[in-house]
Every structure is written in C-alpha cells, then in structure tokens.
Design a protein around this ligand. Structure first.
Ligand code: ATP
Length: 296
C-alpha cells in the first residue's frame, strides 16, 4: 500500500507541481490520470525517491520515503523517458540492470531474466540488439527491467505513449497480469488505458487530487451533463470548443456530443449516459470553471 500525506512539490524554476496531495493507493492496478502538466511524473519521481518533496511525505508498505535504500529495493520503476543502450542485446541490458540492483549471484540473475523475458514475450528477441526493437518491444523490456528482483510495487509513467493500438492493448494486459498481488501505479492522460483494468483511479489536475475512487465513480461525474444531437454549422460555430467531446458529420448535419449543464440552445440534443471519458472530461471542466489552481 502507498500512503501519500499532504505531499507538495515546488520546483526552483516553476510553480507548484503538486499541491497538498493526500492519497491511499491499494493493491492492484491504480490509474493515475491527468492532463499534461498535472503533476503525474513529479509524483512518481518522488515515490521512486529520485527527487524529494518540498513538504509532506509518503510511505510505501509502511516505510517512509526518507529510507530511500529500502524503498528502492521494494519498487520497480519505468520512467517516461526510458533510456536503453541500443548497442546491447535485451538480455545483456537486463543482466546489467540486475547487477546494478545488487542481484549478485549470476545464476539466479540469469534464471530470473529468462523467466521475465518470457513473461513479456521477448524471449525470441533476447539476443538481438535493442536498436532493432520496436517501441512496444522497448516498453516491454522496460517493464522487464522494472520487475527484476520481484518488487512489491511497480510504478510506470505513461507506458503506452507512442504505442500503436495493438501494442497498447498487449501492454495493458501485461500490466494487469502483474498487478495481481502488488500495487501497479500507472500514469496516463488516455482514459482508454485505465478502462476496465483499474481497481482504483486518482485524477490529478494542476497539482491537486480531483478525485480518487473506482471507474463508476469517475463516470458518475458526467451524469446529467452529456448531450447528443444534431446541430447546424452555425450552432456548432457558437459552441464552446471545450464542451464538445466528439463530432460526426452526417447527411442531416453535425452530430455532436457535448458536455454542459444544459443542451446547446435550439439544438434538440438529448441527454445520454456518460462514458468514462465523459465523466473524466466533466470532472476536469468543473475544475476549470471553479478555477481550481495549483498556483496558490
Ligand atoms: N524539473 C522541473 N523544473 C521545473 N518545473 C518542472 C520540472 N519538472 C516538471 N515541472 C513542472 O511541474 C508541473 C508538473 O509536471 P509533471 O511532468 O509532473 O506533469 P505530468 O502530469 O507528468 O505531465 P505530462 O503528462 O505532460 O508528462 C508542470 O507545470 C511542469 O512544467
């Protein structure tokens, strides 16, 4: 379990990246959702003990972040910009990472690497240089390095960015499998990444926690606020672009899905059931309207 208590982070050249974040993250897959600049990477880097908080703190399985050595032994981390050595093969790279993690017995290390390569389905590529890997393969190698040493907590920062839809689905399934019996904290700004496989979702926006709960709770933020109907080109031009979720051109006009307290005037749009994405967008919009800010 990860317990985050009143955690704030201010960079020397910048505003508050995190502003009084308090969260409890339980075992299973946890989705950390938020738009660009919300503070997701900052929070993950702090939990991985790569940077310190300005105030507040956190414990991982009861151990405070100040005991960095113990924390690092307990977690696996896949950063957003995962650096690999293109001239090494997949197995050479994992062997190097394993040795750096203090897995000194070569035989045990090799056995674990073999098992992990199979788990991430890279066994056939293990002997090939990393420069020949696709983006998805590099991401899977990234997960393998994070899992070396069987950490209890896995922290993965936007792992599906840049992957094609097929790799994205494969990667999501892989993480879901690893979330059995451990905390897997996954950050993303793509709602589809957390759909169905996350037990818990926390939404960050401009350094603040906007919600923490399950998928249904997030979806509920859209209840009574999603409208769909035909609008004319003129009506469409008059809509707040921020309120339009999707538009489809039909023979009769533009079929629009809009988020708002009321349907677009004169459109005849009807209320529809919110999707998870609608709930997320409605939550963010309500924050923007209320002027929620991380810069206080
Ligand atoms: N090293 C740094 N120095 C100054 N400001 C920073 C630094 N790192 C991040 N920030 C700022 O802190 C805020 C939060 O950034 P962070 O990268 O944590 O957000 P994020 O949710 O991960 O965004 P993204 O989805 O774009 O990766 C942003 O305003 C960013 O510009």
């Amino acid at each position: 379990m990860i317990q985050i208590n009143h955690l704030s982070k201010k960079y020397r050249r910048g505003g508050w990246a995190l502003n009084d974040v308090t969260l409890t993250l339980n075992e299973g897959m946890v989705g950390l959702l938020g738009p660009n600049g919300a503070g997701k990477s900052s929070l993950m880097r702090i939990l991985a003990t790569l940077t310190g908080p300005t105030s507040g703190g956190a414990t991982i399985n009861g151990i405070p972040l100040s005991r960095a050595e113990e924390i690092r032994k307990m977690i696996g981390y896949l950063p957003q910009q995962f650096q690999v050595y293109p001239g090494l093969t997949g197995s050479e790279f994992l062997d190097y990472v394993g040795a750096m993690k203090g897995m000194n017995d070569r035989k045990t290390r090799q056995a674990e690497i073999g098992r992990l390569l199979e788990e991430v389905n890279l066994q056939d590529k293990a002997g090939k240089k990393i420069r020949t890997y696709s983006g998805g393969m590099k991401r899977r190698l990234g997960i393998a390095q994070a899992l070396l040493g069987s950490p209890k907590v896995l922290i993965v920062d936007e792992p599906t960015a840049g992957l094609d839809p097929e790799e994205r689905v494969r990667f999501r399934n892989l993480l879901t499998r690893f979330s059995l019996g451990r905390v897997v904290l996954l950050s993303t700004h793509i709602v589809a990444d957390i759909e169905s496989n996350c037990r818990q979702i926390a939404v960050l926006d401009r350094g603040k926690v906007r919600m923490s709960g399950d998928l249904v709770e997030l979806q509920e933020f859209g209840r009574g606020k999603v409208w769909e109907g035909l609008v004319s080109e003129e009506q469409f031009a008059g809509l707040d672009p921020m309120s339009v979720v999707s538009t489809r051109r039909t023979e009769q006009g533009l079929q629009c899905r809009v988020i708002g307290e009321a349907p677009p005037s004169g459109s005849g749009a009807v209320q529809v059931r919110p999707t998870l994405e609608d709930g997320y967008l409605a939550l963010l919009r309500s924050g923007q309207k209320a002027g929620v800010s991380g810069d206080e």
